[in-house]
Write a protein that binds this ligand. Structure first.
Ligand code: ZN
Ligand code: ZN
Length: 376
């Protein structure tokens, strides 16, 4: 069996959740050491790793990023390399992405880039949206500050090995907001002696959901999804004194995201005022949009054309979010998809498994793209 497939299965057996990727990180470090990079930095933004392979002449520093973390999902498959950790498994294919990027290290060991350098970045905590930001703000990252950034994600629902790509926004921006309303409990026989947030919570569920309808145009993509709401405790003798409404906001641009955040804040604020409640709003899991640079997309397309890959240009950005958006908001770059098979189980489903057949095409496409990008 090929070394990269063996590595993928080894990683699959020992999945770790966001922020806890210790064994995964050690496995990758051992693999990379054998590939003799010019530098190997560990412990970036948690368990993050960066391996740099340098060319002889000056040129751009190209960073290729993959993810270390698995998900809190119990594997339903009975495969020889089944997850050995109860309740945790690689259901987003990050094991496969790591195998592709580790496979690149093997190629770069034999064939350094002609110009510039290639940094292979293994990023922690993608699923919680925290990892990219932590890596970028770690002073160790300054040693490998890139000129260009690339990443891929496998995509079930598309033909196996197809390249899915587009210029401009590729994955959406999303952000969670927790709205906490503070009133006062009282005996359920005497609600007037307290201040229940129940009417305000009920009103917010309706009004916040209608923000896209009343504040955005037909062509602007925006969503406000109420994902959780609650008042007080289950106690039939008590009128509640506090409550929460949580929403997830989604859009294709940072400007629209700001508009949604401002609207939620002003509507929630005036609702709290109306009912005489204290309010706190806490943002959580913010993902900026992932925006693809058109020049880089053109060079990836050319690389895929040379490899005679099937190419699908997207007409709309995807509704999901990727924390790679933190990279593309700071550096020129692109995220692209590789089809995992039209009937392949969806990402985050318990019966999903990364197709090993994508490892070689992924490595080839990155190698070919690295060649093209050296001309920039
Ligand atoms: Zn995922
Ligand atoms: Zn993922």
């Amino acid at each position: 069996m090929k070394k990269s497939i063996e590595l993928r299965r080894q990683l699959h057996r020992a999945p770790e959740l966001a922020g806890q990727e210790k064994i995964t990180s050690n496995t990758i470090i051992t693999f990379l050491q054998d590939c003799e990079p010019d530098s190997l930095i560990t412990g970036i933004g948690g368990y993050g790793i960066a391996a740099e392979f340098k060319g002889k002449q000056n040129g751009p520093r190209i960073l290729i990023r993959c993810e270390l973390d698995a998900l809190p999902i119990t594997e339903s498959l009975n495969i020889p390399y089944r997850s050995e950790v109860m309740g945790v498994s690689h259901k987003c294919g990050h094991d496969g992405h790591m195998a592709i990027v580790a496979g690149l290290a093997e190629h770069l060991q034999l064939q350094r880039p002609d110009r510039g350098s290639v940094v292979l970045m293994f990023q922690p905590s993608e699923e919680t949206g925290e990892g990219a930001e932590r890596v970028l703000s770690d002073p160790k990252f300054d040693k490998v500050l890139p000129d260009l950034v690339l990443a891929l994600h496998n995509l079930p629902g598309y033909p196996l090995g197809q390249l899915i790509i587009g210029s401009g926004p590729f994955a959406s921006s999303s952000s969670g907001l927790k709205i906490h309303l503070q009133g006062k409990t009282s005996h359920a026989a005497e609600p007037k002696a307290g201040n229940s947030p129940a009417p305000a919570v009920a009103q917010l569920i309706q009004v916040l959901s209608s923000i896209p309808q009343f504040y955005t145009s037909l062509h602007e993509s925006a969503k406000v999804t109420v994902i959780h709401a609650r008042v007080g405790e289950i106690a039939f003798g008590t009128s509640p004194g506090e409550g929460d409404v949580m929403v997830t906001l989604r859009s294709h641009t940072q400007e629209m995201m700001q508009l949604l955040i401002d609207r939620v804040a002003s509507i929630a604020g005036s609702t709290a005022d109306m009912f005489g409640l204290e309010i706190t709003i806490t943002p959580t899991e913010p993902f900026p949009p992932t925006v693809n640079d058109s020049q880089i997309v053109k060079l990836i397309n050319e690389a895929a054309g040379k490899l005679e890959m099937n190419i699908h240009q997207i007409s709309h950005p995807f509704a999901w979010s990727e924390d790679f958006g933190h990279f593309t908001s700071r550096f020129k770059g692109a995220l692209f998809g590789l089809g995992a098979g039209e009937d392949h189980p969806a990402l985050h489903h318990p019966d999903y498994d990364f197709p090993d057949d994508l490892i070689d095409p992924g490595i080839s496409l990155f190698m070919e793209t690295i060649n093209n990008l050296q001309e920039l």
